[in-house]
Design a protein around this ligand. Structure first.
Ligand code: ZN
Length: 588
């Protein structure tokens, strides 16, 4: 028994096998000093035939080999560059095959397949049959070894002047930010970090180009203008005009459509000698042809543009999030469940929230709340709002640090205009009041009720879309107003603990339980907002019932067969004895 770890053993064994393989195909092992750039443990060099052309390649192995595929590089003497799928480190991107499964036990096979894939890419490149692949990978090539700037521009098909700012401090790496106007930059910066200061505003130009730049990419203004002119003269005219009015320097951001999505990239024009440019012209009035000639040999600096606009960031969400844009959700109660519902909603694509809660965050809350120790004593609505805006700065949040009763009195119109009201207060009296409001106030939005049972034995989400078929009160036992579908049978408040030395009470459940309750409530909310639900529906999620039984807690017979960590959805039926919806004129 020796000290080599399990993975070292695997690697040693594999490398011996690889050495035999490469010896058979006449590849020679490279010394570490000859390795391509990257983290490699071994590399071999040899020649392969690519459709009639003899090509020298390097096969380099990473620490993860054979679970990770070998990386293949071309060597400096390759004469056919640029070709698609090969970057300026000469790395041949065999990505397609990396996304498929392979048997890592078959070491020779893994290497052979990778070389075959590379052979295909190189052959296609040499014979120019995969030129169109450039477009799809345009951003990757354009952005190589470039400075980057962030964009919250809304990409549209119109040449226009936009704004760029240097934001300070360069926290979160957001140093250069481009947006439609100064207000957008200010709002974004303030949301990310309220202490953010904007150092300097500058104008920038936005060009919606019909195609990406073809390789090789332009390095001088002349080369850049020649491509722009081949698309349409208006693009180079716009650039010259922009430089004329921006002190003969500046940043150009362009968009192009790749795979049905806007891709953004840019370049920068270095400052020029003003005197030399002006010579006989007034500032901003240099003859465009003269200016174009003057800058023709100037080099341009390519820029990578990272899209941080709403469409891009939230467009990646795997649902029809565009249907959620502009919808406002009112959340009453920003405690352990409400705070997570708020966060889940914005991650799902909601960009407008109204948060109502009068309380501040206490030390006893943080174990299961979205916010933590650093936010203790802050108002819950502010703490949650800040968290969310740091994460997704476009979300607009109205914070109301009041009780629901006061908030409603003062903001009835705004609350009624919300697309959904979510009650995460676990306050039965308030829930019943909301139900009566929904019945009696015209144009009241759907209401969703979310709460959790002691020990997280179950969590509930009840959605009342319409009071025509049933209402929240239909779920309550008219005798004692307890929830008819409760999983744990107990007296109301039987498990509520009084916090020592303070007035607040505490129901035992964990942060994970709170998260779970928020998760089913969010899912039901999203269904409601997307219009998929017209009925009144309730979800119940069962927690650790096995543990509950061990604790000898009394579980309702109705759920005797329920399994741990499963969910059940039911339609809410009208209760014939419901005192609220059977008598619409009940105005209490
Ligand atoms: Zn009812």
């Amino acid at each position: 028994m020796h000290d080599l770890g399990y993975l070292d053993e695997v690697t040693n064994r594999t490398l011996k096998q690889v050495a035999v393989f490469f010896a058979e195909c006449n590849f020679k092992e490279l010394h570490q000093s000859e390795f391509p750039v990257g983290d490699f443990i071994a590399a071999w060099q040899g020649n392969i035939m690519c459709n009639g052309v003899d090509v020298s390649i390097i096969v380099a192995l990473t620490e993860g080999f054979p679970d990770e595929l070998p990386k293949i590089f071309l060597t400096k003497d390759f004469e056919y560059l640029p070709i698609p799928h090969v970057d300026n480190r000469l790395f041949v991107c065999t990505y397609v095959s990396e996304s498929t499964d392979f048997f890592s036990e078959n070491v020779d096979g893994v290497i052979r397949d990778s070389i075959e894939k590379a052979r295909e890419i190189i052959s296609d490149g040499i014979h120019r049959v995969n030129q169109s692949d450039y477009e799809a990978e345009f951003l990757a090539y354009w952005g190589l070894d470039c400075k980057s700037l962030y964009s919250i521009l809304e990409p549209v098909d119109q040449i226009r002047k936009v704004k760029m700012a240097i934001v300070h401090p360069a926290k979160h790496n957001i140093a250069y930010l481009v947006a439609d106007d100064e207000n957008a930059i200010r709002g974004f910066a303030a949301n990310v970090n309220p202490d953010f200061s904007i150092q300097k505003f500058d104008s920038a130009l936005y060009l919606p180009l019909p195609h990406p730049f073809p390789p090789p990419f332009p390095e001088t203004c002349k080369e850049m203008f020649s491509v722009l002119d081949s698309y349409d003269k208006k693009y180079s005219n716009a650039v010259v005009d922009f430089l004329n009015n921006n002190d003969y320097r500046g940043t150009v951001v362009f968009s192009t459509i790749i795979n049905d999505n806007y891709a953004l990239a840019g370049w920068r024009h270095q400052a020029m000698n003003r005197k030399e440019v002006l010579r006989g012209f007034r500032p901003g009035k240099v003859d465009p042809r003269v200016l174009k000639n003057l800058i023709t040999n100037q080099s341009i600096e390519r820029l990578q543009v990272e899209r941080l606009d709403l469409d891009r960031v939230q467009g990646r969400v795997g649902n029809s999030s565009s249907a959620l844009h502009g919808k406002t959700i009112c959340i009453i109660g920003c405690g352990s469940i409400g705070s997570w519902i708020a966060f889940n909603l914005v991650q799902a694509g909601i960009d407008r929230l109204m948060l109502i809660d009068k309380d501040s965050l206490h030390a006893t809350n943080v174990g299961r709340h979205l916010c933590g120790v650093t936010e203790i004593k802050k108002s819950k609505v502010e703490a949650v709002s800040e968290r969310i805006r740091q994460h997704l700065p476009y979300v607009r949040i109205q914070c109301i640090e009041q009780t629901f009763y006061k908030a409603f009195t003062e903001n009835q119109k705004a609350i009624q205009n919300c697309d959904l009201i979510i009650s995460a207060t676990a306050n039965p009296a308030l829930e019943r009041r909301l139900n009566k409001m929904q019945l009696n106030v015209s144009d009241f939005p759907p209401v969703l009720y979310s709460w959790i049972e002691p020990y997280g034995i179950a969590s509930h989400a009840v959605l009342v879309s319409t009071t025509e078929t049933s209402c929240f009160e239909c779920c309550l036992d008219p005798k004692d107003l307890s929830f008819k579908f409760q999983v744990l049978r107990c007296e109301r408040g039987a498990f509520t603990r009084q916090e020592a030395g303070c007035q607040s009470s505490f129901t035992p459940y964990s942060g994970l339980d709170a998260n779970q309750a928020a998760s089913i409530a969010t899912r039901l909310a999203l269904k409601s907002l997307s219009g998929d639900i017209t009925n009144n529906i309730r979800y119940v999620f069962f927690g650790d019932l096995q543990k509950a039984r061990k604790m000898e807690l009394d579980i309702s017979e109705e759920y005797a067969d329920a399994s741990d960590f499963t969910m059940k959805a039911s339609i809410i039926q009208k209760a014939p004895d419901c005192k609220v919806c059977s008598n619409i004129n009940n105005h209490d």
